[in-house]
Design a protein around this ligand. Sequence first.
Ligand code: UDP
Length: 464
Amino acid sequence: MAPGHSIPIIDLAILFAGKGVKSTIIAPPPDAAHISKVIEKPRNSGYEVDVLDIEFPVVEAGLPEGCESLDKLPSPDMLVKFFLATKLLKRPLEDLIRQHRPHCLVSDMFFPWTNDVAAASGIPRILFHGTCAFSFSAMEHVRLYEPYKNVSSDSEPFLIPKFPGDIKLTRSQLPDFVTQETWFIKLFNEFIESGSKSFGVIVNSFYELEPVYADHYTNFLGRKAWHVGPVSLSTKGITDKTNRGKQSSIDENECLNWLKLKEPNSVIYVCFGSMADFDSCQLIEIAKALEASGQSFVWVVRNEKEKLLPEGFERKMEGKGLIIRGWAPQVLILENEAIGGFVTHCGWNSVLEAVSAGVPVITWPVAAEQFYNEKLLTEILKIGVGVGARKWKRLVGDFVRSEAIEKAVREVTAGECALEMRNRAKRLAEMAKKAVENGGSSDSHLDALIGELKSLSPFNQVSN
Ligand code: UDP
């Protein structure tokens, strides 16, 4: 119930259906309406994929009307209420399962109670946590070994213990619920525990991207995992890419025609996903940095921030910068050959979409596991440069000066290692495409998962 989780889940359902497995997506009515449009095309090509409404009683839960998704909450103070309210979905989900009798339930990590729902119906629950093996395992190591307790300040780096790759972080880059007793810690532990009790985990990543960590995930954490991504590569066709997640705020032709006038690898794309936020001072710094970098850019500014852009900036940048207010067709933009760099908050979907498109990144992590994702990009994959964000924040990103942003943009576009980074990114994109092709690693993992599910007795009884 947040775009960063629902978008890949929808892709996943379509992937299952492409393998001849009937899949049904369960979502609250506003999302269900959008999903039914998304699945129209696969359905017309014979895929058995469907969507069912599940009523989310937002008002009963004390949330404002229309807040069926995390990105619609008017204030971060409501997060706790939202997370607790999702438990109200248990009863309606049980009813749907009784009625439709699926053979398997795939559910997001934020719904730990679905383990019990699946167990009561005698079917396996498969967890989807929405990140990669590297970041999930690194987080687990930090949670289990608590290395942040052995440093004397928030800015002193510590090594993640017993974790491949000598990865260092600071306490200030860790989520507050790891280092402090906050309301979220109890919920977070529930998410983790339920994950370890599930049948296995679907990972939206591909084996070749992080082989050491994919193996580590299975061997060290002892989790059964299927790496089936990048799931975004299942979205084909310009219109489908344009409205991926939500209806795009810009006409696809306007966007593509603008990009067509630009040289290959010359445009910087700036977008911080569906949740992260910046105040007006920060937007001014970003504007200054983009102008000073001399690069053309596409900048996605969420609607309500429109008035906070520097006076006259858009007019001054006409032809040089395209500002998209609201929802951008991100996958379509990233895949365009004009894009030469992506300023990203390192949300896992954005990371993987950049990798799939072969675009190097300028990293600016904000929340969730994004500081871990940054490490993967800059230190393991070496396809990015950080702006120097130092502090984990729940939604509003750490303040970064324009000079630091500009420097990172220059390093990625024209620095000493720019070409190497770009070549590495392009190679990864090739690997990603191969992984999802017939017989590729992700395609084979999906086959293996379906095979394993079929071998479970209830699945066999019903399908025979
Ligand atoms: N996205 C998009 N247009 C936008 C903003 C986001 O298409 O204007 C998509 C993006 O392609 C990605 C998802 O929304 O698939 C955001 O997920 P991510 O994990 O990157 O970040 P989150 O929003 O969860 O912080």
